[in-house]
Design a protein around this ligand. Structure first.
Ligand SMILES: Cc1cc2nc3c(=O)[nH]c(=O)nc-3n(C[C@H](O)[C@H](O)[C@H](O)COP(=O)(O)OP(=O)(O)OC[C@H]3O[C@@H](n4cnc5c(N)ncnc54)[C@H](O)[C@@H]3O)c2cc1C
Length: 305
């Protein structure tokens, strides 16, 4: 079965989720072709075990992100099952590739079997939906849901120049938005809730985020209460669903709607002054303390790593 992967890139590097996409493709018997938008990470992609070939897609349109322009340039290179990560950018590109190629799309898959049977959580993770695709389709996969393929590959790299016009003028807004890591893409997230007391106190979270390379998230109460905390930071049922290796919840009670967006994180650390806060029921490590006391200690310890 032909499988095309649109590689995930961050700046000038290949994102590790690309190896997970290869792992997912191999699990259904594919020998995927990996397309690297802008040629970013092509050499690294060729060394991922299981990759059939790498296409370095070069062109002016990859100088900045515009989902429509990327999709028009990438879709002629895609064959069969087209896979990408379920990051905000890739979901957008994949949806447009699917529309151009007139194929169905399944977003945010967490399971894949040959056939092609795709499973994904719905209703905030309360139910699992199984879809069966009978032909070419597009599938975005959730980060950390699949084993990454190892290194040791040596796939051929070919280069194509398939540029397309850059469409809507969203570059400025996106550049601004990407100054900080997006919670949907981060492997470590530190989120603050209403218990932070004031939006200016989120600076303590940013301080730690800068040390460990984390994204900063927020509860809906924080986002709704304070204008300075933007909606794209919200984690939960009506915010973003995240699946990082480490999620640190600070001053967040752990309402069911918040848990719906982060409970599948690999390790959860909760800092809350109330020992009965529901967040502790999902935490691997719980610190019963005010954030005023806990965060400086955490920052100092992370600083030593
Ligand atoms: C339809 C619907 C959808 C929703 N979607 C979402 C969603 O997507 N995401 C989301 O987050 N919520 C969502 N909510 C809201 C959710 O129900 C909660 O209201 C919200 O998550 C509470 O946010 P919080 O934990 O920050 O605030 P609170 O519930 O007010 O909790 C604050 C916590 O901070 C602790 N605290 C206070 N001071 C300190 C301190 N100094 N140090 C340490 N801890 C301290 C307190 O003990 C408390 O546990 C939704 C609700 C509805 C009805």
């Amino acid at each position: 079965m032909e499988v095309t992967i649109i590689a995930e890139t961050t700046g000038n590097e290949l994102h590790p989720v690309t190896a997970q996409l290869v792992g997912a493709a191999c699990s259904i018997g594919g020998t995927p072709t990996v397309i690297c938008p802008g040629g970013v990470g092509a050499t690294e992609a060729s060394s991922i075990s299981g990759v059939g070939k790498v296409v370095s897609a070069e062109g002016e349109c990859f100088g900045s992100f515009d989902s429509g322009a990327w999709a028009s340039a990438l879709s002629p290179l895609c064959e069969g099952v087209v896979m990408a990560s379920s990051s905000a950018h890739s979901r957008e590109v994949l949806a447009q590739v699917a529309a151009i190629r007139n194929i169905p799309i399944i977003q945010d898959a967490t399971g894949l079997e040959s056939g092609i049977r795709v499973t994904r959580p719905i209703y905030s993770g309360k139910a699992i939906e199984t879809s069966v695709a009978s032909g070419p389709c597009a599938i975005s996969i959730r980060q950390n849901a699949f084993e990454a393929s190892g290194s040791g590959g040596n796939a051929d790299i070919s280069t194509v120049n398939n540029t397309s016009d850059v469409g809507v003028a969203v570059r400025e807004a996106l550049a601004k938005a990407s100054e900080r890591l997006d919670v949907a893409e981060a492997d470590i997230i530190i989120s603050g809730g209403r218990g932070m007391g004031d939006p200016s106190n989120f600076s303590h979270l940013y301080e730690i985020a800068d040390i460990v390379g984390a994204a900063v998230g927020a509860s809906r109460a924080a986002v709704d209460t304070w204008d300075d905390i933007p909606h794209d930071m919200q984690v939960g049922q009506t915010g973003k669903t995240v699946n990082p290796s480490l999620y640190i919840a600070v001053g967040i009670s752990g309402a069911i709607q918040h848990l719906a967006g982060m409970r599948s994180s690999k390790y959860i650390v909760a800092i809350n002054k109330d020992p009965d806060a529901p967040i502790f029921s999902v935490a691997d490590y719980g610190i019963v303390s005010t954030w005023e006391e806990a965060l400086p200690a955490l920052r100092d310890e992370f600083g030593k790593l």
